[in-house]
Design a protein around this ligand. Structure first.
Ligand code: ADP
Ligand code: ZN
Length: 785
């Protein structure tokens, strides 16, 4: 028998191996295999993607043999493998790359080269000296790959090779792997007479349950010594058993019993009685969407099937988990990037072994090997965190719909402000629209007032209306949220005389001043700079533009010295313990005014919050991105929706252009008018959902290399012209990242079919045309800057 194996390499091909008699377990599609690879026959982990009786094209004598198939279970279902193939096809990546992107790294067994210093000898070359210095500083052996990464430089590999030949460096090969999670248990073998009291006690325990984890025996007062004596006498034996770790949770319980409203029931029935289609469940925040989808999930589980719930990164809070547990009990699997290597392996195995029916996690949960999937839910489907920014640059929402069609199960996309793409598809009945028209509670939606920043009197960024509303709210003992899109203090200092702007050396974007750290920080690469108050060119005092959370916080403190003010942004919640305490303090009413970014506008419910202000609603509007109107609209709706969850509230939107449709329609709750206008505009300018975009990006070290790249790009253009509209290559709006110049072109295909054909050509031609060049093929891009 022959196995087609996908490996963790960026080549879009699979490899054929012969399956020998000697493997530990039966070959099956989706199982992991250990195979020799490359000239040196290093062992690598692969995944079987298909099995064949004959090797067809390749001559059998050239085919290598599988070294082992270690597990008796599969790591991917056959449907997973189909989905991975779809992702590879659409997002211009390789099947192996996709599978190993999702598979927790704890499953990977690999043979690795290690190097160490053999003789401490004087060498001449600069790279040679660097290598030896590095190895000296490490004392023992280091992974070859770690050394090469540490030294960088193009010739590191060949220099290392030379040093090995000269006998200055030694090299060893080893297999690295993580053991699957197990624990030791005591098993009763044969009852023999014993005298010791503790020994008797242990036998009594084991008589009842036959085997017990050693840890639990210890807890019951049986010491290691007692256990050792019993093993020596042959009464018990110690064995290893699989042990899947449970993810610790913060104690939060939610015991509400919900009886659905008529509106909710209608939506639920549509889902339960529908075919395996995609639903768009939408309605204002508080309209009861989550209760609907949790009910649908519960019905699915009752039928013996499993449910996958995808949520955006910021939404996976303890509150959310408590709510899901109120439906399903504690046996749910959570899956996200903050888990440890071992926890990820455990959670993956729970899916493999059907240990749970309910799976909830971020975009990386898309590929969990759940066997009898009966429902997929994508909550806050418009959220940009569903798009992966590393290879494979998949869009989890789009691929969740794809998984639904592969698994033949329904998919529910959920949102208060659906993406324009999903809304459009619902309007042409590609998806089924389910709208919840009003809030469940009789608390009305917040009254929203729009303030024109150009006309109204203000102190700094605070309009008179806002100042008096803040006073009134805090006087009543209620809370205020001031939303601003950027953390930090000012954005950029500029020289009023010569026009100098403080920019990041590597990224060429304006720096943001963080007063707390007294540093200028690049929000693209994170690089920190000493602050700058005078122009380095002409010595004039720099002027500062823009607002960040820190500047707002400081100005609020001056305006309201008696109020208790707190900042809630990435900088203040970075530390999880401090962040959780901060949020608890806000909930307990220990603060009057919260100055926050998106972090404050998602996921958390603040009971005392009754006034929300969006300080500068339309600044993002000017960005060169076709989705900026959509984002402005979504931000306004989500942020203002935080107000008055538990008693009536109000919101103030400050904008430079109150007539902007995103601002106007959000404030008037005329969502359908916003979508209608936005869809019209997308149609006129041929943006998605009316086209299928690919953002092609090149990163080069020197601008002088651009000519060569452009030349080759024009060759490529000729080949893809039948499928894409291809504008010329231009500098990106963020022209430089980490020292590399970025050039982009925003290509569009008219149909999905053209898109897939075009990508096939990109995948085939680009590695040849652009060898050694850094490029990125971003399909369904969400960031165009
Ligand atoms: P959404 O997801 O649309 O924002 P939720 O499902 O979170 O809305 O509902 C908002 C609040 O109303 C939650 O506290 C929820 O438990 C409660 N709720 C929803 N439906 C009902 C209902 N039928 N009866 C009582 N409370 C409900
Ligand atoms: Zn930078």
């Amino acid at each position: 028998m022959f196995a087609e194996v996908a490996l963790n390499i960026p080549l879009d091909k699979t490899f054929i191996y012969k399956v020998p008699e000697t493997v530990s377990s039966k070959p099956e599609v989706g199982k992991r295999v250990i195979v020799p690879f490359g000239k040196s026959d290093f062992l690598k982990t692969g995944i079987i993607v298909s099995l064949k009786e004959t090797s067809s094209e390749i001559e059998e004598t050239y085919i290598k043999e599988i070294f082992d198939i270690p597990d008796d279970f599969v790591l991917f279902t056959e449907k997973n493998i189909k989905l991975a193939e779809e992702i590879a096809r659409r997002y211009a990546s390789a099947i192996g790359e996709v599978l190993f992107f999702f598979l927790p790294s704890g499953f990977i067994i690999e043979e690795t080269s290690y190097v160490y210093l053999k003789r401490n000898e004087h060498v001449k070359g600069k790279t040679e000296q660097q290598i030896i210095k590095y190895l000296k500083s490490k004392k023992g052996r280091v992974k070859l790959i770690t050394l090469v990464r540490a030294i960088k430089g193009k010739s590191t590999y060949s220099t290392v090779k030379n040093l090995i030949r000269k006998g200055i460096i030694g090299k060893e090969e080893d297999i690295t792997y993580t053991l699957l999670p197990t624990q030791k248990v005591a098993v009763l073998k044969e009852i023999k007479p014993v005298k010791g009291k503790k020994e008797l006690e242990a036998i009594e325990i084991l008589k009842k349950i036959k085997e017990i984890p050693i840890k639990d025996l210890n807890k019951r007062g049986i010491s290691y010594n007692t256990i050792k004596r019993l093993t020596n006498k042959g009464i018990i034996e110690i064995e290893e058993r699989e042990h899947l770790i449970d993810i610790k949770k913060q104690v939060l319980t939610d015991n509400r019993k919900i009886i659905l409203t008529a509106d909710q029931k209608r939506a639920l029935n549509a889902i339960l009685n529908g075919k395996n289609e995609t639903f768009l469940l939408y309605g204002v925040t508080g309209s009861g969407k989550m209760e609907v989808y949790l009910h649908a999930a519960l019905e699915t589980v009752k039928k013996g099937k499993s449910v996958l719930i995808l949520v955006p990164e910021l939404l996976l809070t303890p509150e959310l988990r408590a709510r899901v547990e109120s439906y399903f009990g504690e046996n749910i699997v959570v899956f996200h990037s903050k888990l440890s290597k071992k926890e990820l392996v455990s959670q993956w195995l729970k899916a493999v072994k059907g240990k749970s029916k309910v799976f909830i996690g971020t975009r990386m949960s898309l590929m969990l090997p759940i066997k009898d999937l009966g429902l997929i839910i994508v909550d806050e489907e418009q959220d940009t965190s569903y798009k992966e920014q590393q290879k494979p640059l998949y869009h989890a929402r789009e691929m969740a719909v794809k998984r639904g069609s592969i698994e033949k199960c329904p998919v529910i996309l959920v949102s208060a402000t659906p993406s324009v793409e999903s809304y459009y598809r619902a309007s042409i009945e590609k998806y089924r629209a389910l709208e919840l028209k009003k809030r469940v509670s009789n608390i009305p939606l917040p009254y929203i007032k729009v303030v024109n920043l150009k006309e109204e009197k203000r102190v700094g960024i605070f309009s008179e209306s806002l100042i008096s509303a803040i006073k009134n709210t805090v006087k009543k003992g209620e809370q205020v949220l001031l939303f601003i899109n950027r953390r930090g203090f000012f954005s950029s200092g500029f020289c009023p005389k010569c026009g100098f702007v403080a920019e990041c050396d590597d990224c060429a974007v304006p720096l943001v001043y963080h007063k707390n750290m007294n540093r200028l920080i690049c929000h693209i690469c994170g690089k920190k700079y000493k602050p700058l108050f005078r122009c380095p060119e002409c010595g004039t005092k720099l002027e500062f533009k823009g607002y960040g959370t820190e500047r707002v916080e400081e100005e609020v403190k001056v305006l309201f010295p008696d109020f208790r003010i707190v900042r809630l942004d990435q900088d203040t919640v970075k530390n999880p313990t401090k962040g959780a305490k901060l949020i608890a303090d806000i909930k307990n009413g220990n603060y009057d005014i919260i100055v926050g970014t998106q972090i404050a506008s998602k996921g958390h419910n603040f009971p005392k919050l009754t006034l929300v202000a969006v300080l500068m609603a339309d600044t993002g509007y000017l960005l060169p991105d076709f989705r900026s109107a959509e984002r402005t609209f979504q931000t306004i709706v989500h942020t203002t929706g935080r107000a008055g969850r538990f008693k009536p509230g109000a919101a103030i939107i400050q904008a430079f252009d109150p007539e902007n449709p995103a601002v106007k329609y959000a404030a008037e709750y005329k969502f359908d008018l916003f979508y209608k206008e936005e869809i019209e505009a997308r149609k006129i300018f041929n943006y998605p959902p009316f086209s299928y975009p690919v953002l092609l990006e090149f990163q080069i070290e020197k601008t002088s290399k651009f000519g060569k790249i452009e030349e080759k790009f024009n060759i490529l253009k000729e080949k893809i012209k039948p499928y894409f509209n291809v504008p010329p290559l231009n500098p990106a709006p963020i022209p430089k990242v980490s020292g590399r110049y970025r050039f982009i072109t925003f290509m569009r295909a008219a149909t999905e079919e053209n898109l897939l054909k075009g990508i096939e050509i990109l995948k085939r031609e680009m590695p040849i045309l652009f060898r050694g060049v850094r490029y990125r093929i971003d399909v369904d891009p969400v960031y165009l800057l």
